[in-house]
Design a protein around this ligand. Structure first.
Ligand SMILES: Cc1cc2nc3c(=O)[nH]c(=O)nc-3n(C[C@H](O)[C@H](O)[C@H](O)COP(=O)(O)OP(=O)(O)OC[C@H]3O[C@@H](n4cnc5c(N)ncnc54)[C@H](O)[C@@H]3O)c2cc1C
Ligand SMILES: C[S@@+](CC[C@H](N)C(=O)[O-])C[C@H]1O[C@@H](n2cnc3c(N)ncnc32)[C@H](O)[C@@H]1O
Length: 607
């Protein structure tokens, strides 16, 4: 499959509001019927697909909407879902070529539907206007995957087992591309057995297209004064996960950030989860890192790795933000700086910022001309300002507390030494005793994974790194500063300077020579305004990064019920939440949060 170039320019929605009805000035068509926005959506889409009953009877429902627009269908679906207790997992996927800017969306919704209890929550969680896939967790059991781009182009990249199709892409006369037989034909691949669809349109072309795509189509009464609308049921049988066969149990080997983020998320989704960890507690080893950052790296890499890194960064920001709302996890957000090492790199960064075309509060270039630059107390004269960088301060104890408060069972001091298939059931050998695995198994243990999967070439490489807490600098600075490694203010004084880079080294003993390198970074970055610093190393931490040859992670199924989630290199805290979601979606039959082609690029079977 040919990869869709990324990023693509996204033109936001252009609109006018006339008598409370929002009109697209691009398509010259209204977003909803003038007879009542929410009433129309509820009649055509919620009742048209019997969603109330289906939410009560199903463990998961995947909805695919063509045209997210103002999110009215989504809001109506949230209302219907909540009215049934919200226990069914709601996996809502929507294409949108012209997303609204958040402020415009707020205004349009206020003028068209007035107050709605969930609007602020939904808008706050919407992604920036960056093309491609964005998985947003609205509530633990409700996820929204927004795909910013042309549905006709992106549909081939969607992997999902769709239970309900909402066709809402402006009138077929005004916007033919959202109603073509070719687009509908892809529903044959996506539709789950028994899938339904509805649309306010009763056009005969649409009816014929949906019949051709494999649906039995009916012509019930339309909304308000409209004579008819279309509904239908998929005639085919697709070999997707039937609701009853969704696995309920998950065993995870390795309790680092990969294992823990997977466990917490799986427990939220109602799975029975067990972590087996060889250390004395979870969040040891690589994940005992004293101050990891969650940040994007701005470069001209717009291939799969650059694309994946952006998705993962945005996803991690919302993951930790959400966790921190329920309990403190040492999460701290601020702006951050990325400093170029040369003119060439600076030019590349500027070009990347132009191509990404994100709002200034997400990403902007600062140089000598910027008023704000002089206040930054750094020796450099140009930098990128990243609007949101996350710091995880002492997150280990907080994540352990989250695990304790969850239903996840954590078995520590137990090493998994072998995987075996016994009469078709998966077993593991834990120390010397055999152990039957119920449900699915995910390996999140980079140290030892080669031994458990001798036939899979994961091409993992060890890269030692040391971080040092440096004290004695007289300058205060507000933001983490990244470039060659990073420095970030530490809560208990001084800064953490990270990290050194020793390819092929497995030692985690701290070294004085590495402290000196880390102190040099502080000296090279911060301005001391005539005061002479006397930098000293207060403490140090060393860990091993496990990186793959192509610097992409491993996330996916190896065989049967065995999955791998590892190989994060220097990005474990940033990449774990999205990759965990990818693995979990595969296990639970939910839509894939990234492009099919990208999923292949992180498959543990790719080498
Ligand atoms: C200097 C440095 C700076 C870094 N900075 C950042 C940063 O700013 N941002 C960021 O996102 N990332 C950063 N990282 C990377 C990040 O720390 C790692 O990618 C991440 O911790 C890896 O997590 P993990 O869960 O994959 O592995 P680990 O945390 O190593 O967890 C694996 C667990 O599996 C257990 N285990 C192994 N074998 C077995 C077995 N057979 N049976 C049972 N249990 C087993 C281990 O005991 C271990 O607890 C940095 C890394 C270094 C070294
Ligand atoms: C009628 S509005 C959708 C209303 C929306 N369902 C709601 O509930 O608010 C149609 C939407 O389809 C989007 N759209 C039009 N052509 C598209 C395309 N080719 N790909 C993706 N979205 C498209 C428009 O930008 C618009 O937001």
């Amino acid at each position: 499959m040919k990869r869709i170039p990324w990023p693509q320019t996204i033109s936001p929605a252009a609109y006018s509001i006339q008598g409370g009805v929002v009109h697209s000035t691009t398509y010259d068509d209204p977003y909803f019927a003038s007879a009542g926005a929410m009433n129309e959506k509820e009649y055509v889409y919620i009742k048209g697909n019997h969603l109330g009953r289906r939410f009560r009877e199903s463990r998961k429902i995947t909805i695919l909407e063509l045209g997210f627009g103002l999110g009215l269908n989504f809001l109506s679906t949230l209302d219907a879902h909540a009215a049934t207790g919200g226990d069914c997992v709601l996996d809502y996927v929507a294409f949108e070529k012209h997303p609204f800017e958040k402020s415009d969306l707020r205004k349009c919704l206020r003028e068209s539907i007035g107050a709605h209890a969930r609007v602020d929550d939904v808008i706050a969680k919407l992604p920036p206007l960056l093309s491609g896939f964005h998985r947003v967790m609205i509530y633990p059991k409700v996820m929204l995957t927004l795909i910013y781009g042309d549905a006709a182009e992106y549909i081939k990249e969607l992997e999902a087992s769709v239970d309900v199709f909402f066709l809402d892409g402006f009138s077929p006369k005004k916007n033919r591309v959202m109603w073509t037989p070719r687009l509908f034909a892809s529903f044959r691949r996506l539709a789950a057995t028994g899938a339904t669809f509805s649309t306010y349109s009763s056009a005969s072309d649409v009816r014929r297209g949906m019949i051709h795509a494999g649906f039995d189509v009916g012509l019930p009464k339309g909304f308000g004064s409209k004579r008819n609308m279309l509904t239908g049921t998929f005639r085919g049988e697709n070999d997707s996960k039937a609701n009853g066969s969704i696995p309920a149990d998950l065993t995870i080997v390795g309790g680092g950030i990969a294992g823990c983020s997977l466990a917490l998320r799986a427990a939220e989704l109602g799975m029975k989860v067990r972590i087996i960890e060889s250390g004395q507690s979870a969040m040891g080893r690589g994940s005992s890192n004293p101050l990891p950052l969650v940040r994007p790296v701005i470069s001209l890499d717009f291939g799969p790795r650059g694309q994946f890194s952006w998705y993962a960064y945005l996803s991690a920001m919302s993951f930790y933000r959400r966790l921190s709302l329920s309990q403190p996890i040492g999460w701290h957000e601020s702006a951050g700086l990325q400093i170029p090492s040369s003119d060439v790199e600076w030019n590349k960064m500027r070009e990347a910022v132009d191509i990404l075309a994100l709002q200034d509060d997400v990403l902007k270039c600062l140089d000598d001309d910027s008023d704000s630059f002089s206040k930054l107390n750094i020796k450099h004269s140009r930098a990128l300002m990243i609007g949101q960088v996350g710091q995880l301060r002492q997150c280990q104890s907080f994540i352990l507390r989250l695990l304790e408060g969850s239903s996840v069972e954590v078995l520590t001091g137990k090493t998994v030494s072998k995987l075996a298939m016994d009469s078709g059931r998966l077993g593991i050998r834990q120390d010397s005793s055999p152990f039957q695995v119920d449900g699915e198994l995910v390996l999140c243990n980079p140290q030892d994974i080669k031994r458990l999967l001798p036939d899979t070439d994961l091409k993992l490489q060890s890269i030692r790194g040391q971080s040092t807490q440096v004290v004695g600098h007289p300058t205060s600075f507000d933001f983490p500063i990244c470039g060659d490694g990073y420095i970030a203010q530490s809560e208990d004084g001084g800064v953490w300077s990270s990290g050194t880079f020793d390819v092929g080294c497995d030692s985690i003993e701290c070294r004085d020579s590495d402290d000196l390198k880390n102190m040099a970074r502080v000296n090279n970055v911060l301005k001391f305004d005539g005061k002479s610093p006397s930098l000293t190393a207060r403490q140090a931490w060393a860990g091993i990064r496990y990186a793959t040859h192509d610097r992409m992670p491993h996330a996916g199924r190896i065989r049967g019920g065995v999955h791998v989630l590892t190989g994060f290199g220097s990005r474990g805290f940033t990449w774990a939440p999205l990759t965990a979601e990818i693995v979990l979606s595969d296990i639970l039959g939910l839509s894939c949060p990234v492009e099919r082609s990208l999923k292949k690029r992180i498959s543990p079977l790719r080498f």
